[in-house]
Design a protein around this ligand. Structure first.
Ligand code: PLP
Length: 419
């Protein structure tokens, strides 16, 4: 009996089943790890056909599981890609060695000298560096918007970008790292469509879905062309590996897979296997982390030494952000920011008193992590970029894990006493 994933299955079932068919691997209930850098051809004819299928997408080997060399693709990578595509509700996916390898491939595949790009702010420090430092060195200009729920703000950035050069890419991070700021994905897609009608050149819309992940937000269903995810975070979920993925229509994803061959940024077999294993429990981990996040957020909101909190569950009814959140997110996630009363000195005193929470960058792991974005994840941004993104010296980002909520609250309470 073959077990190909059914599109009717729920995400929880796809997380466990999609991408692996025991019939293809000696009926092993769980996937073997294919630790091989190269793959033997059955015949000289087949070798030629496999290369034709890989590079031209034609010939008798199309749709068959033939492989050439692990940098071009391997069975464990196929499994992760199929599972990610199923979870994202996309036609295909490409998986890379990290989230930044994924973002870099998107930029290199879809931008050429003279082009322009628009992105939302705040945006992860690495992505910011890609579009404000590396890409400008190749003659690519950028414009940004900060209110992703206001079409006028997005349109102004689009107009600036179009005036500088052909707008090829719109990169949206929503919810954004670290403030959980929301961008209206469907609205950005409509603006991209309008650019396409006006200029004959429709920019590719990329959504970085890292903060919520495939269980809580599906950008492809909202019209995004590419859904990018740092799989290092919730899908990996244990802070013990790095990976990144992007999904979308095959025609938009295939150039990224081909470029990955040149960049050499594929995910290796062992890490792919670990990722497939982690994806099986992503929904359980995320649900528990979100339940904890609500308890922690409610505690922080009411604390006199907390000046503000960006937990999505607290978006005011009637606000534009709340309306977008209700339309596009399934739940509030477990990563958000809060500000302590004071500045860097108070934030540092608080951090140095924590006993249970780990002060470390990254998010989406089973353990609760806290960081000070201004001096860590968003250190490389200039102060004006940080301010525009709502990051102050008092901002702390929390990624709530799956420990017992009472222990988390107790640790936060004793550390807040230090301020
Ligand atoms: N996108 C977001 C929103 C992130 O938070 C990160 C990393 O923290 C990345 C992309 C980059 O992912 P990676 O660390 O897997 O390269």
């Amino acid at each position: 009996m073959t077990r190909s994933a059914s599109p009717d299955w729920h995400p929880e079932t796809l997380a466990v089943r999609a991408g692996y068919d025991p019939a293809g691997a000696a009926n092993a209930a769980k996937p073997p790890i294919y630790m091989s850098s190269t793959f033997a051809y059955a015949s000289a004819r087949q070798a030629k056909d496999i290369h034709e299928a890989y590079f031209d997408g034609t010939g008798p080997e199309v749709g068959r599981p033939g492989h050439i060399y692990a940098r071009l693709g391997h069975p464990n990578l196929d499994m992760v890609e199929a599972r990610l595509a199923a979870l994202d509700g996309a036609e295909g996916a490409a998986v890379f060695a990290s989230g930044m390898a994924t973002h870099s491939a998107i930029a290199l595949a879809y931008l050429r000298p003279g082009d322009s790009v628009v992105f939302s702010r705040p945006i992860y420090g690495g992505t910011n560096g890609l579009y404000t430092t590396l890409m400008p060195a190749f003659g690519i200009t950028h414009a940004e918007f900060t209110d992703g729920c206001d079409p006028m703000d997005v349109e102004a950035a689009v107009a600036t970008a179009c005036a500088a050069g052909p707008l090829k890419l719109i990169v949206v991070e929503s919810p954004a790292n670290p403030t959980a700021a929301i961008v209206d994905i469907a609205m950005v897609v409509a603006i991209a469509d309008a650019v396409g009608e006006r200029t004959g050149l429709r920019p590719v819309v990329v959504v970085d879905n890292t903060l919520l992940g495939p269980m809580m937000q599906r950008p492809i269903a909202l019209g995004a062309d590419l859904c990018m995810t740092s799989l290092t975070k919730y899908c990996g979920g244990h802070s013990d590996l790095l990976a990144g993925g992007v999904s979308g229509r095959e025609a938009v994803v295939a150039p990224l897979r081909l470029l990955r061959t040149t960049l050499g940024s594929h995910l290796d077999p062992y890490t792919s296997w670990l990722m497939l294993r982690s994806m099986e429990t992503v929904h359980l981990r995320v649900e528990r982390a979100m339940a904890n996040a609500r308890v922690v957020a409610e505690y922080l909101r009411d604390h006199p030494k907390v000046a503000g909190i960006t937990y999505l569950g607290f978006l005011p009814t009637g606000s534009a952000a709340r309306a977008v959140y209700d339309r596009q997110c399934r739940a509030a996630g477990s990563t958000f920011s809060f500000a302590v009363v004071g500045g860097e000195a108070e934030a540092f005193r608080f951090l140095d008193r924590l006993r249970l929470l780990s002060f470390a960058v990254s998010l989406g792991g089973s353990e609760t992590l806290i960081t000070h974005p201004a001096t860590t994840t968003h250190y490389a941004l200039d102060p004006a970029e940080r301010t525009a993104g709502g990051i102050t010296d008092a901002t702390l980002r929390l990624s709530v894990g799956i420990e017992h909520a009472d222990d988390l609250v107790a640790d936060l309470a004793q550390a807040l006493d230090a301020i």
